[in-house]
Write a protein that binds this ligand. Structure first.
Ligand code: SAM
Ligand code: SF4
Length: 463
């Protein structure tokens, strides 16, 4: 059973906040930006003001403030992961997705455990350490056990090139008891996107299957946290409805999780709708989000929930990804495929949607490093039990830099030694030296020590 309070995601409150804060004057905007640099988050009204900024000069100030906050909390660190689509079977009818049940235009597969293991080997060989397991909402005859077994399979693959150290999961909402079973497989983050918080739009675009039930989905993160999953990920599919409404509604959702569990989501994903096989809606989103608005969304989220990671996937082009790193993105996928079995074999039509960035992990890493960002494969927090509230306690006083900075450097060094092309090694080693030179005190000592251990042949070192 689930009891969603009647006023949970209060649409009237969202519209009122937007109505009352239209056409904000520059002094009010600057006041809010100054408050945002205290890194304590923002109120619904303050966020509403930021969503209404139009003037280029004010937008520039918004971007610069987001940049400063991102730098203070995260430094120049970008966490990398690969999605692993284990199945594209689905019983739902989401009009924007190629996996929807009635789409006859794609080949359907649920990978066997052996096939999953082979896909994982390919990813490990590329240098990946984090996987996001993804599936449609219909499993082979074993039901949820299929997902549980798949997580176990991913962790069990040990190759001469290493292993996967954190499995995050994006599957349809589960019951409390099922979430407990999922937790017992040692997942990292459980993530689910509401797609749209606007109930009328939600009903229009989810035409069949269990996903039609807005409340079942919107309360999923409550059940997950109640089941003991500390790290949860939230998101909206941008393009379905007015992005300003979606941001404010998502802030309500986050506030509710913080009130109830003392900690909000670990990550926010910002998927923007991409073309998908046989979906008119995906090619012509009802509320297209321009590149300029998309950057604004990232900047506002960075200020509104400063300690929550922002994830950007390969849906976006390399150019857009570069532009948003500076303003708040802290995790990216790289070298992705969205069709089950896609890492072993090409299949252009069976993916979930089209990708905007087709580069390999090595190319993405070289590009990111050339921009001065340290690609991080670190999984220390999760493995040391620094999740949920413990992670936030660490993050909030700014200590994140004392741990994550050195760990990012050593995990990057490990990547360079074991997986990178000669061109990437050159760019990467220079960046590691510059990064260590820019560090001081404990962080620097730790980084130097960890890098020396990696150079001496040790893998998987962290603090
Ligand atoms: N099937 C589960 C569900 O819907 O929650 C989990 C996996 S689903 C494959 C992951 C996400 O892909 C969805 O939540 C949706 O936001 C996103 N997605 C679906 N169609 C998309 C499209 N055309 N462009 C971009 N993202 C899309
Ligand atoms: Fe199925 Fe998820 Fe795609 Fe909807 S978004 S059709 S539930 S895979």
């Amino acid at each position: 059973m689930y009891n969603v309070p009647a006023d949970f995601i209060n649409e009237q409150k969202v519209w009122d906040a937007l109505e009352n804060n239209q056409h904000p004057d520059p002094s009010r905007i600057r006041e809010i930006l100054a408050r945002a640099t205290e890194m304590k988050g923002l109120t619904l009204d303050e966020v509403a003001v930021l969503t209404c900024i139009q003037e280029p000069e004010m937008l520039e100030e918004l971007y610069n403030t987001a940049n400063r906050v991102k730098d203070t909390i995260y430094g120049k660190r970008l966490v990398l992961f690969a999605p692993l689509y284990i199945s594209n079977l689905c019983a739902n009818e989401c009009l924007y997705c190629a996996f929807r049940a009635s789409n006859k235009g794609i080949n359907r597969h649920a990978l066997s455990q052996e096939h999953i293991a082979r896909e994982v080997e390919v990813l490990i060989k590329q240098g990946h350490k984090r996987i996001l397991l993804v599936a449609g909402e219909s499993y082979p005859k074993e039901g949820l056990q299929y997902v549980l077994d798949s997580v176990k399979t991913i962790y069990s693959v040990k190759s001469e090139h290493g292993e996967i150290r954190r499995v995050n999961v994006n599957v349809a909402p589960l019951s409390l008891d099922e979430f407990k079973q999922l937790k017992s497989t040692n997942i990292g983050t459980y993530q689910i996107f509401q797609e749209t918080y606007h109930r009328e739009t939600y009903a229009k675009v989810h035409k069949g299957g269990k996903k039609k039930d807005y409340n079942w989905r919107v309360w999923a993160l409550h059940r997950a946290m109640e089941a003991g999953i500390d790290d949860v990920g939230i998101g909206v599919l941008f393009g379905l409805f007015d992005y300003r409404f979606e941001i404010l509604a998502m802030i309500q959702h986050i506030n509710e999780l913080e009130d109830k569990f003392g900690v909000g989501p670990h990550t926010i994903s910002v998927p923007r709708m991409e073309p998908a096989t046989n979906s008119d809606m995906a090619s012509n989103p009802p509320y297209p989000v321009s590149d300029a608005d998309f950057k604004k969304i990232v900047a506002i989220l960075r200020l509104a929930v400063p300690y929550t990671g922002i994830i950007m996937s390969t849906r976006e082009t390399a150019k857009m990804r570069r532009e948003t790193f500076a303003m708040g993105v802290s995790q990216i996928s790289a070298g992705s495929k969205t069709n089950p079995g896609g890492y072993e074999e090409e299949d252009d039509i069976s993916g979930q949607f089209s990708l905007g960035d087709h580069r390999s992990l090595d190319e993405v890493i070289r590009d990111v490093a050339a921009m001065g960002y340290i690609p991080s494969f670190c999984t220390a927090c999760y493995r040391l039990g620094r999740t949920g509230q413990d992670f936030m306690d660490l993050a909030k006083p700014g200590d994140i830099k004392l741990h994550c900075g050195p760990n990012a450097v050593s995990s990057f060094k490990e990547y360079l030694q074991n997986f990178a092309s000669p061109e990437t090694v050159e760019v990467g080693n220079q960046l590691i030296q510059q990064t260590i030179d820019s560090m001081s005190g404990v962080a620097r000592q730790r980084a130097e020590k960890l890098v020396k251990r990696v150079e001496a042949g040790r893998d998987d070192v962290y603090c």
